[in-house]
Write a protein that binds this ligand. Structure first.
Ligand code: G1P
Ligand code: ZN
Length: 543
């Protein structure tokens, strides 16, 4: 086994985005591409020498090959040990749990989350810190700087490691421990939720469908819902992970998980349904005849989390990403909890969770989580919903109706314009930015503008400042429009327009969301001129 130093040169565009580095798989498979970035990770974290890492991914195409490269590079860079999920698979929350539970120095997760997988689709790599959470911006900036100056990387010349067999092996001086990807995670879930109560729920005939979308949560869901909780076989759909996710788009929203939404709206609807994404950190919640927006889900969970044993003593505080609807703010106010508004991306919750200032966090993009790990967590969100339903005996629809009656309803939708010309998209945002000062006081279809700014976040824990986090326009009646460009897209620019309208008139809580938001949508067009800037008549995706 020989340690070799390979000469290389910087490769453009290796800047980690909202969640690590995501590119087309072919790009990642290109000469030195993965190796350069892994080497930059070592530089960004102050070297790999003597450290222990967790490694795993969502099982997408190239996951297995990339794992072998990363192992050989870790060994050549002096890492003491790598704990890796069997066949190099770990869901993102399971990886976060292992990083924390085994007191490691961090971990590498190979995933492009909800982006499609396959040779012609997307791949990604991200680094999580010792707290189990995504690397903060100062660390990812150091990684990016390292990609711009790299001259060489170290790698071991060795045969592939057998990653199918559980147990410990050696690669040069480095130890490799292949672990079952599910068992530690399932144990964590048992510690948070009332599994006896959930078993009783399923035994009483409660029906559920969980769509794993041929992605990483299949084995987790089958073990937890079917084996441990006794949900009938077949409760988990598409439970076999595939490298191309069965050519699907593993994003749990009404567009990509449409068959599940159709099911809950049909006569054959189960009591409860849910789906998760490529790497298992996102969730979609459905009940018989109802889709729960992620923003509403966060609010309902915040209001009821104390019903689950893991949260029985109440919440320290809650946090939501800026574009997420303000529904949870109302719950926090009623419960006297601190409520934080952070930039998009899970990494901004880490400090709040570590400092014990927030217990529950969420994003409008189907991400919900708590201080049990430092990532959002799809299966966890499903279990918390189930635990609340088991305790209250309510239906999803009933729980939601009660919630709106108490707090009012934040109608919400996100419109995405994908693969837009980057110059045009940036031009539109620049024009909005330039006009911000003139907006307050002006009246549009949605009402009178109360505030308009570009969101910047001052982290209350470490004092760091993140600027340019999206354009916010708030109306006097509580409506809101947010414009931002995606940090995870891989082609051109993706424009996201977040639309929200607040309603507390009891007779208007049951409207169709599209109708309730029509004035806000019209105002977004009036203010930003989206059609002209993007050349699109309508968004590509509405969630
Ligand atoms: C998107 C979501 C964001 C989420 C991220 C990673 O980022 O909007 O909430 O944290 O994916 O899953 P964006 O593409 O908007 O930068
Ligand atoms: Zn994900």
């Amino acid at each position: 086994m020989e340690r070799i130093t390979v000469n290389t040169t910087p490769i453009d565009g290796q800047k980690p985005g909202t969640s690590g580095l995501r590119k087309k798989t072919e790009v990642f498979m290109g000469k030195h591409y993965l190796e350069n970035f892994i080497s930059a990770i070592w530089t960004g974290i102050g070297g790999a020498s003597g450290k222990t890492f967790v490694l795993g991914g969502d099982g997408r195409y190239f996951n297995d090959r990339a794992a072998q490269v990363i192992l050989r590079m870790a060994a050549a860079s002096g890492a003491a040990k790598v704990i890796i999920g069997q066949n190099a698979v770990l869901s993102t929350p399971a990886a976060s749990n292992l990083i924390r539970k085994r007191a490691t120095d961090g971990g590498i997760i190979m995933s492009a989350s909800h982006n499609p997988g396959g040779r012609d689709e997307d791949f990604g790599v991200k680094f999580n810190m010792a707290n189990g959470g995504p690397a903060p911006e100062d660390v990812t900036n150091r990684m990016y700087e390292a990609t711009k100056t790299i001259t060489h990387y170290d790698i071991l010349e060795a045969q592939d490691i057998d990653l199918a067999t559980l147990g410990t092996t050696q690669l040069g001086d480095m130890e490799i421990e292949v672990v079952d990807p599910v068992s530690d995670y399932a144990e964590l879930m048992e510690s948070l939720f009332d599994f006896d109560k959930l078993r009783a729920l399923f035994a009483s005939g409660f029906t559920m469908r969980f769509d794993a979308m041929h992605a990483v949560t299949g084995p987790y869901a089958t073990e937890i819902f079917e084996r441990r909780l006794g949900a009938p076989q077949g409760s988990v759909l598409n439970g076999t992970p595939l490298p191309d996710f069965g050519k699907g788009h593993p994003d749990p929203n009404p567009i990509w998980a449409k068959p599940l939404v159709d099911l809950v709206m049909s006569d054959a609807a189960p009591d409860f349904a849910a789906a998760s994404d490529g790497d298992g950190d996102r969730n979609m919640i459905l009940g018989r005849g109802v889709y729960v927006t992620p923003s509403d889900s966060l609010a309902v969970l915040a209001a009821n989390a104390h019903l689950a044993p893991g949260y029985a003593s109440g919440l320290a505080g809650v946090a939501r990403s800026m574009p997420t609807s303000q529904a949870v703010d109302r719950v926090a106010e009623a419960l006297g909890l601190e409520c934080f508004e952070t930039p998009t991306g899970w990494k901004f919750f880490g400090n709040l969770l570590d400092a014990g200032r927030a217990t529950l966090c969420g994003e409008e993009s189907a991400g919900t989580g708590s201080d049990h790990v430092r990532e959002k967590d799809g299966v966890w969100a499903v279990l918390l919903w189930l635990n609340i339903l088991a305790e209250t005996g309510a239906s999803v629809k009933g729980l939601l109706a009660d919630h709106w009656a108490k707090y009012g309803r934040n109608y919400y939708s996100r419109h995405d314009y994908e693969a837009v010309d980057a110059t045009a998209a940036n031009g539109m945002i620049n024009a909005l930015r330039a006009g911000l000062r003139t907006l307050p006081g002006q009246t549009f279809a949605a009402g009178k503008v109360a505030m308009a700014d570009e969101f910047a976040y001052d982290d209350p824990i470490d004092g760091s400042r993140s600027e340019g986090q999206g354009i916010r326009i708030g109306f006097e009646n509580g409506s809101r429009i947010v414009f931002r460009l995606s940090g995870t897209g891989t082609v051109g620019a993706t424009l996201r327009v977040y639309l929200e309208a607040y309603e507390n008139d009891p007779s208007k809580l049951d409207a169709d969301a599209e109708t309730a938001l029509a004035d806000v949508v019209e105002s977004a067009e009036q203010i930003a001129g989206i059609k002209g800037a993007t050349g699109r008549e309508a968004p590509d995706v509405k969630t």
